[in-house]
Ligand binder design. Structure first.
Ligand code: ASP
Length: 440
């Protein structure tokens, strides 16, 4: 007999925002017994003008640690959980937990401790409601004392602990160092916990349940009703999230990618929808030329010109040194024969302008340096792009027709992405034109 299927299901904040959402989560879990490991976020917004418990915790701790009045926010947080307990009749009291938390806030337990309590308390409730074991992430998700996540030690502790359980709730977003101090991932980090748990139990699938039916091909605030992405590779996801598509935390890919575990984004409110599957390889019949279009505004391009640059050995090395010595990671480096440009976030450029210019002059003695401080980057991602001819022609003519001036082109040699630089004011228009020409 083969091994039983194991699925890790992570539920985001809006999927667990109130009692009604808890009921939906239970239904989803009941409908597939393979969903044995559950990773919850803290209760999120119940409506667009509501507050996330994590935000309330940050605010509350901020006030308590500065000696300001914090009780009204503290009560709001308590009430969020109590309402879930009462409406679902969960046989749990969080009174003692809240006493401990209040004391810890007053004795400056730290912002990360404070923020983590949202997931911790939600995990206790969810485990009791489902009849699953509660596994406190502080015991199994390891951080160094400086707050660096420790993947290998975590995998060791977590797999050992979880393989002994039939079904468990492991709260997202936090872990602890060896002294017991709590550390969190960056915001949205429960996605990362879900991925770590999936790796630890060698899951067949990592389901990420949220309030949208997957990734959209582009930003719906720019293009009306964009298509949904049914399937994409980890690499495509990486390109898209890097360029601003936000459904999944960027760091959630690594732990599952290394094990070849697919991620399935699904909608708690519409579980019948197909969602977006992110996997290592796409079947040829599912392949589409363009997977997604994403972008970000506000970059600066520093262009350096020097005669016979192409023949100078070590020129690029010195150029990179100039950025390295100022502690700057850059985005792109398109080059010509006698010029080369480096593109970096505008804000970073403004902060370090003098230092960068100083280093470039000293190390390269360029003929000319020009800076374009008005650049937005738009990336078209699609593994299928390489096998369809005529895409580039449509790509560029659509921009021409939309009157978008292209300032920079950078095509990855893996041909899964093509990035262009345009003026910030042309950003939306460029995305609309590309969507119209390449997708519709
Ligand atoms: N609750 C945390 C946040 O709001 C983590 C998460 O939801 O993933 O960022």
């Amino acid at each position: 007999m083969g091994r039983e299927q194991v699925v890790v299901a992570k539920f985001g904040g809006s999927s667990l925002a109130d009692a009604q959402q808890f009921r939906k989560v239970k239904e989803i879990l009941k409908s597939n017994p393979a969903r044995r490991y559950v990773v919850p976020s803290a209760p999120g917004k119940r409506s667009s003008d509501d507050e996330k418990v994590t935000d309330l915790l940050y605010q509350c701790y901020g006030r308590a640690s500065e000696g300001k009045g914090y009780l009204s926010i503290f009560k709001k947080i308590k009430a969020r959980y109590q309402q879930i307990i009462d409406e679902l009749g969960i046989p749990v009291s969080l009174e003692k937990e809240f006493e401990v938390i209040e004391q810890a806030f007053l004795s400056h337990a730290g912002e990360e401790y404070a923020a983590s309590r949202g997931e911790y308390l939600n995990g206790i409730l969810l485990a009791a409601y489902l009849g699953y074991e509660f596994v406190d992430s502080a015991e199994v998700v390891r951080f160094s004392k400086d707050g660096e996540f420790e993947p290998e030690r975590t995998n060791f502790f977590l797999s050992d602990r979880l393989l002994k359980t039939k079904s468990a709730v492991i709260p997202g977003f936090y872990g602890a160092d060896d002294a017991g101090n709590i550390h969190t991932f960056t915001r949205g980090g429960s996605d990362v916990t879900g991925a770590i748990v999936a790796r630890a139990v060698k899951a067949d699938l990592y389901e990420n349940w949220t309030d949208v039916s997957g990734f959209l091909l582009t930003d719906p605030s720019i293009v009306e009703n964009p298509k949904k992405i049914d399937v994409m590779t980890y690499a495509e996801l990486r390109e898209l999230s890097y360029r601003g598509a936000t459904v999944l935390h960027e760091e959630a890919v690594y732990p599952v990618r290394r094990e070849g575990i697919s991620i399935h984004i699904r909608n708690t409110n519409q579980p019948e929808e197909r969602g977006t599957l992110i996997c290592r390889k796409i079947n040829p019949e599912d392949e589409v030329p363009i997977t997604g279009i994403a972008g970000k505004k506000n970059f600066a391009a520093i262009s350096i010109a020097k005669n016979c640059m192409n023949a100078q050995i070590g020129f690029c090395k010195k150029l990179l040194e100039a950025f390295e010595e100022n502690d700057i990671a850059f985005e792109h480096m398109p080059s010509g024969i006698d010029t080369i440009s480096v593109i970096l976030p505008h804000e970073e450029y403004l902060m370090k302008e003098n230092e960068i210019m100083g280093s470039l002059q000293r190390l390269l003695q360029p003929d000319k340096i020009e800076v374009d401080e008005d650049m937005a980057l738009v990336t078209v991602v699609g593994k299928g792009m390489r096998s369809v001819s005529g895409i580039a022609a449509r790509f560029f003519s659509s921009l021409g027709e939309a009157n978008v001036n292209i300032k920079m082109i950078d095509m990855g040699s893996n041909e899964i992405n093509c990035t262009i630089g345009v003026s910030n004011k042309d950003f939306e228009r460029a995305i609309q034109a590309l969507y119209g020409a390449l997708v519709e």
